[in-house]
Design a protein around this ligand. Structure first.
Ligand code: SF4
Length: 370
């Protein structure tokens, strides 16, 4: 296999084959792969600018019927001492703190609750928007949307239309893990399958709702399955209607398993720093049609994140006020606004504060921040 032929295809934004992707990942020297990822990044975004965002995670409930083996966050309804559903007064405090910190977006996620149908979410979104009309709701990953549709006896399309009418602005790409049903049956058998994740994203894109895509690697998946996941995202992005945002960014991170059932059942070692960087570069190369590659500083740490910005990533994501889900399984890095800017600058880039849809924060909001 000739590396120059593959590079030519990549720089012409053509699809590479699975064999070519495996060649890049398994055979090409690491420095060549990372430098190719970086070259693709600069061909798409020529500025030495790295975007970032201020948002806040809020979990509306931790009650979930899925019981994914890697999740320490969820509990059942009968675990009364642990289970919660966030109340409006708590939302108000958290939203006020977010506004105080200069943010305008909430990443709202929870579990697959056995009782809540679409009216719960419609009432919640409406109340949040009434309290803060400028608030952006980046809410509900595809498994939650599939679950709500099932609970409410609605199609996915009807569900998304009603959620959007109530205040949904965009969908996070959560719950993709690895888009392979072999893997999903092992690690998250109660979660909707890979086809359902793709169906929700495809309907969202047809409705013009912007989304992100994610991948969680480093557990029981094969390299072929990682590549298959990236191809599924690339091919779905090709089907988005012209003029709609589709996937705005892709984010991959290593599975956090500390204290989880998955850790007890399988021997899952930590991915090496090089493996993380190779995943960033491979994502950038395969997903030529997704505008941004985000680095998961929360799971890989700030120092490695700086190197990822030289391997294909152009976005540092959010400072993530109050992340609870992956943090409960071992991701314990934290970052402040000042540290985010410093980290980007130390990596040799200019920090650029953005909104969820990659438009710039307005100048007065940016004052003193970037
Ligand atoms: S990862 Fe999400 S869907 Fe799975 S058990 Fe945890 S809360 Fe439920």
């Amino acid at each position: 296999m000739k590396r120059e032929n593959i590079k030519d295809k990549i720089l012409k934004q053509q699809d590479i084959t699975q064999d070519e992707a495996l060649f890049l990942y398994n055979i090409l020297p690491v420095q060549d792969l990372l430098s190719l990822g970086n070259e693709v990044r600069f061909s798409k975004i020529p500025h030495r600018r790295v975007s970032w965002q201020i948002d806040r995670n809020i979990n509306y409930t931790n009650v979930c019927i899925s019981a994914c083996k890697f999740c320490n966050f969820h509990c059942t309804l009968s675990q009364k001492e642990r289970s919660f559903t966030t109340g409006m007064e708590e939302y108000k405090v958290k939203i006020d703190e977010l506004l105080e910190a200069g943010g305008n977006q909430v990443l709202l996620q929870g579990g697959l609750h056995p009782h809540y149908d679409i009216t719960f979410y419609e009432e919640l979104f409406t109340a949040l928007k009434e309290y803060c009309p400028s608030l952006k709701l980046n809410a509900l990953g595809p498994p939650e949307v599939s679950h709500i549709a099932k609970m409410s006896k609605l199609t996915v399309k009807e569900t998304l239309i009603r959620l959007r009418r109530a205040g949904l602005d965009s969908l996070p790409g959560a719950g993709a893990e690895i888009l392979s049903d072999r893997v999903r049956r092992e690690i998250s058998p109660g979660k909707p399958d890979a086809k359902s994740w793709i169906e929700v994203m495809e309907e969202a894109h047809k409705l013009g709702i912007g989304t992100t895509a994610t991948m969680v690697y480093g557990h029981i998946e094969t390299t072929e399955e990682r590549v298959g996941h990236l191809f599924a995202v690339r091919d779905l992005q090709k089907r988005k209607p012209d003029g709609t945002p589709g996937f705005t960014a892709f984010i991959a991170w290593p599975m956090q398993v500390r204290g989880t059932k998955l850790e007890r059942l399988y021997h899952i070692g930590k991915c090496s720093p090089v493996e993380h960087l190779k995943m960033v570069a491979l994502s950038r190369i395969i997903l030529y049609n997704v505008p941004h590659i985000q680095v998961s500083w929360l799971t890989i740490g700030k120092e490695l994140a700086k190197l990822a910005l030289h391997s294909g990533a152009d976005d540092m994501g959010s400072i993530m006020m109050e992340e609870n889900v992956v943090s409960s399984a071992g991701a314990n890095h934290r970052i402040s606004k000042e540290k985010m800017i410093r980290t980007i600058e130390e990596a040799g880039f200019r920090a650029w504060l953005r909104n969820q849809d990659y438009t710039p924060y307005t100048p007065h909001q940016q004052e003193g921040l970037a």
